[in-house]
Design a protein around this ligand. Structure first.
Ligand code: NIG
Ligand code: FE
Length: 427
């Protein structure tokens, strides 16, 4: 007979299992005081009050019992938007922007994304893979147990395919789930003059990407001056025809009809949306397209975050991500994203936590297995340094994660990586 692998007890459970997760319909979160969870085979078997759970569960000789000492236990964070696959930093650019240069202006002048493309091309695959594993491992110490990673610092067909191969290398024996997105249309490759030929070549990769199982989804930077809604639609149509999920960077800095397009094509999610219209947000809500909030990017680019009030008005489901990248959001911290969502965008703590868990699961199409503390779900969870989950938004810039578990295994403790995770970085 099988027995539990792990029981965590004396925890304050915040399961995030409410049925309604759309903005404007979500109330306070229900909590189970002195709760326990039973983990078996990497999944949550049962949850409830400590006394009941312990009375109903038969322990095996190897069952580990963990006293949470009253700490809050929340679902592991799901970061559904990162550009973690790159080499190099862009520190001088941060100051250029403060001196008044725009993000798109720097990109047009051959800096920004183009700078990272050059730096990424200059290192070998093993270095790139190792640096990416290290970043993901760092994200895990902040409670991230599922992370999306995009390509996008290759730009040409050859270099983008190389990035997909490195990503496959990164995922081997990964301690947390890594969701893969192909972002070949992230910026125009320098020196490429034939617009039509380039777009066709990028569309032409997608069937092979799917056949070789190199990506889960396709994304496009749909923005005035980058890729138009027409370019975006065509590429994402090709993606869908190949059997890949579709999403887009929409209306990040200037209104670009991105939210409207996301609704029209029924994308999984549309991300950024700082310049989205109310009509666009409303259309997304009507079509079930998730709004991925990236308040770290708004903060770092000195822009106004997408307001919670507008999302409530639209009734859209909000997700929350770091957008980790070397140019517009060099953070890995989902707690920081939650703090910014609350203090810069007006999310309630409940909205911010639900966005970072259930909303983000929905943005990746993983809502059936992740984002909740509930029987049958993957045992991805985080113990916080306080009984009150709002410590996440309160101790901004700090790390309130006491321990993180992925599929029932310890992956971070007291802000540090486990030995197993360190070994994976060096693998
Ligand atoms: O999500 N907007 C495009 N892509 C990233 C930034 C990438 C970069 O600056 O390197 C973003 O903000
Ligand atoms: Fe992004």
């Amino acid at each position: 007979m099988s027995a539990p692998d792990l029981i965590v007890f004396h925890a304050r459970l915040v399961p995030c299992s409410e049925v309604e997760i759309a903005m404007g319909r979500l109330g306070e979160l229900s909590e189970i005081d002195d709760g326990a969870i039973v983990v078996e085979g990497g999944r949550i078997e049962r949850i409830g009050k400590t006394e009941e759970v312990l009375a109903q569960t038969t322990l095996g000789p190897d069952t580990v019992l963990l006293d949470a000492q009253g700490r809050a236990l929340v679902p592991g964070f799901i970061d559904p938007h990162t550009h973690a696959l790159y080499h190099g930093r862009r520190i001088p650019e941060m100051q250029l922007r403060q001196q008044g240069k725009g993000y798109l202006e720097i990109l047009d002048a051959g800096g920004g994304i183009q700078e990272t493309v050059r730096q990424t091309a200059a290192v070998d695959d093993d270095t790139l893979a190792r640096e990416t594993r290290r970043r993901i491992a760092e994200a895990v110490t902040y409670g991230t147990t599922t992370v999306e990673v995009k390509t996008g610092y290759g730009l040409t067909p050859e270099r983008e395919m190389r990035l997909l191969r490195v990503l496959a290398q990164v995922r081997r024996r990964a301690p947390v789930e890594i969701y893969r997105t192909f972002l070949g249309l992230h910026a125009w490759p320098q020196g490429e003059a034939d617009r039509e030929a380039h777009l066709l070549a990028m569309d032409g990769l997608l069937a092979d990407v799917k056949k070789r199982d190199l990506a889960d989804a396709v994304d496009v930077f749909c923005e005035q001056g980058v890729f138009s809604p027409e370019d975006t639609r065509r590429h994402l149509d090709a993606a869908r025809a190949a059997g890949l999920a579709v999403r887009l960077h929409a209306d990040e800095l200037r209104p670009s009809d991105g939210a409207e397009l996301a609704a029209e094509i029924g994308a999984l999610c549309a991300d950024h949306l700082l310049a989205a219209t109310d009509e666009g947000l409303g259309a997304m809500a009507a079509k079930g397209v998730v709004a991925v909030n990236l308040p770290g990017t708004a903060f770092f680019l000195h822009e106004q975050a997408l307001s919670a009030a507008r999302q409530r008005e639209a009734g859209v489901v909000a997700a929350l991500a770091t957008d980790h990248n070397p140019g517009s959001s060099p953070t890995f911290s989902m707690p920081m994203a939650m703090a910014l969502a609350m203090h810069r965008a007006g999310f309630t703590p409940a909205e911010a936590l639900v966005a970072a868990t259930r909303g983000s699961a929905l943005a990746l199409g993983l809502q059936g297995s992740r984002g909740q503390i509930a029987p049958g779900f993957r045992a991805d969870f985080v113990l916080l340094d306080d009984p009150d989950y709002r410590i996440l938004m309160y101790s901004f810039g700090m790390n309130p994660v006491h321990a993180a578990y992925a599929a029932g295994r310890l992956v971070a403790s007291a802000g540090r990586m486990t030995e197993e995770v360190k070994a994976w970085i060096d693998s």
